[in-house]
Write a new protein. Sequence first.
Length: 280
Amino acid sequence: MKFFSRLKKDIRVIFERDPAAKSTLEVILCYSGLHAIWLHRISHALFTRGWIVSARLVSNFCRFLTGIEIHPGATIGDGLFIDHGTGIVIGETAEIGKNVTLYQGVTLGGTGKEKGKRHPTIGNNVVVATGAKVLGSFKVGDHAKIGAGSVVLKEVPPYATVVGIPGRVVVLHGKRIHNSDDYREAWLSFCAGKGMDINDPNVHAEICDEIDVDLDHDLLPDPDREVIEIALRQIQRLEERVNQLENELAAARAEISHEAIRTSSLEVAVATEKRKKNKK
């Protein structure tokens, strides 16, 4: 029974996180991420029983079929969603928590030639966006978001947003506050319509945990842009100050010029008066 409930959950999380999914048959036949997860479970079972070559053959077949390479030794929790998974690589000692979302081109890799634990541990409800590289033996905390193209080389705290090369934390709320009550209620109603007992506290908690994934990985702060904007504002203030000083200088020059003309006129008048007196 647990086997079939797990398969149902694999399919359900796709409908929860991919608006392009139209039918269960389409998901089963056409979603390479789902195929990769199912094949990994077979290879992982073989790997843990010591059937190393058989496990690697299954994982290689998975890579050939889906374009997704998952080492048989990797540990993957329930609720993983791989969207457009081509180019994803997950290393041998990587550990992935529950309800994680990975997009195309993600690498969960190691650094150097060290033995033992050398790949990252991904917490629950984490989103790793397109092309991100998480390299090394450290933990990415629960509910973290890693921006597209980031290269993460050190630990990420829970509820953090990481962007850049190397990756750096740009948002850390401690605990995310979101207004997704309508979305949650809609999905609970959908699951109730599928015959699930949403009044069961365990089922209710499981569904709420599955949909508590923040997929807005495009709405990330850009620290480089912020620095550039600050520099532009400073340049604008300097230009305004320079223009002000130039205007003040021009006014001072005009006043000096006027004063010089007035002084020159007085000197001419005095000289003329002296000449008249001398003639007399």
